[in-house]
Design a protein around this ligand. Structure first.
Ligand code: G3H
Ligand code: 13P
Ligand code: ZN
Length: 316
């Protein structure tokens, strides 16, 4: 099976009340950890590549790794997706590079400018058989290339449901990332967040069957933060998005859930543990191998939170 786009999987996810996991990849071990979990749980998969990942690993290496994953897992529908493309040029480049889905994130611009950039990407991508995700509203948090609003500002930058309808009509975009109280990165919230389920509900009511996307959806699990710190790390206390909230959102029209930080933390905790417990280790296979296994376990856990385990066949 070749790479697929998100159309069929979003249709099935919407109908079935589950969400597809979109996991960020930066190298071979992360990709293999995710694929090993997916192969075991038989879930549809979105592998996403950020601009930072493109720069870190080079797209030809990442594409080659994903091509192998696709070839070796013919029973699993796999999407290769650009995460947070901020300009038309980067989105065009990814379409030309063989991505089956791209995200144009022009959410930092005023509405009309967001519409203009998104429409330009939609026109080019659709002409080449590639689907497009866009974003409306502002998330919290900061990662390397994605700068959001502060924790205090999140509530005043939620997606406006009427504007969402207008945006989708004007751009023809295939899916929409909405700001409903989530935040990127490991330092999301000081106290347990309350997602704006009312906003998800209102958008879904206004656009029945339309696939919504939730970014910044790591749960920043305390047990992993504690392991990282136990083995020499220094991560401050922070809370993520509770897994029960993710499961609830997945039943309400959220068809794609982006998770990166929880995988990074699982990998880092395991590598730190190996270094702390086996200081003589210097063979990268002896720490990257367990790290890959830790990614696999984390992804397996997430597939059950999202409800997409066992859904690969119906999404093909
Ligand atoms: O939302 C962003 C993703 O977690 C990717 O992060 O830009 O550091 O690769 P990155
Ligand atoms: P987290 O930082 O919560 O994992 O979010 C990742 C994300 O939204 C990637 O686009
Ligand atoms: Zn994101």
């Amino acid at each position: 099976m070749a790479l697929v786009d998100t159309k069929k999987m979003f249709e099935m996810a919407y109908k079935g009340g589950y969400a597809i996991g979109a996991f960020n990849v930066n190298n071979m071990e992360i990709t293999q950890g995710i694929i090993n979990a997916i192969g075991k749980e038989k879930a549809p998969l979105i592998l996403q590549i950020s601009r930072g990942a493109r720069e870190y690993a080079s797209i030809s290496y990442l594409k080659a790794i994903i091509d192998v994953a696709v070839k070796e897992n013919p029973d699993i529908p796999i999407v290769m997706h650009l995460d947070h493309g901020d300009t038309f040029d980067i989105c065009k480049q990814c379409v030309d590079d063989g991505f089956s889905s791209v995200m144009v994130d022009a959410s930092k611009h005023p509405f009309e400018e967001n519409v203009k950039i998104t429409s330009q990407v939609v026109e080019y991508a659709h002409d080449h058989g590639v689907v497009v995700e866009a974003e409306l509203g502002r998330l919290g948090g900061i990662e390397e290339d994605v700068v959001g609003v502060s924790a205090d500002e999140i509530k005043s930058h939620l997606t406006d449901p009427d504007q969402a309808v207008d945006f989708v009509e004007k751009t023809g975009v295939d899916s929409l990332a909405v700001a409903v109280g989530t935040s990127h990165g490991a330092y999301k919230f000081k106290t347990e967040p309350k997602l704006a389920f009312d906003v998800i509900e209102q958008i879904s009511e206004k656009m029945p069957d339309y696939p919504l996307v939730m970014h910044g959806s790591s749960s920043v699990l305390k047990e992993f933060k504690d392991l990282i710190n136990k083995y020499g790390g220094d991560m401050p206390d922070a809370m993520g998005v509770p897994e029960e909230a993710i499961s609830k959102a997945a039943k309400m029209g959220i068809c794609k859930v982006n998770i990166d930080t929880d995988l990074r933390m699982a990998l880092t905790a395991k590598i730190r543990q190996v270094f702390a417990e086996q200081p003589a280790v210097f063979d990268p296979r002896k720490y990257l191998g367990p790290g890959r296994e830790a990614i696999k376990e984390m992804v397996k856990r997430k597939l059950h939170v999202l409800g997409c385990a066992g859904k690969a066949a119906e999404c093909k």
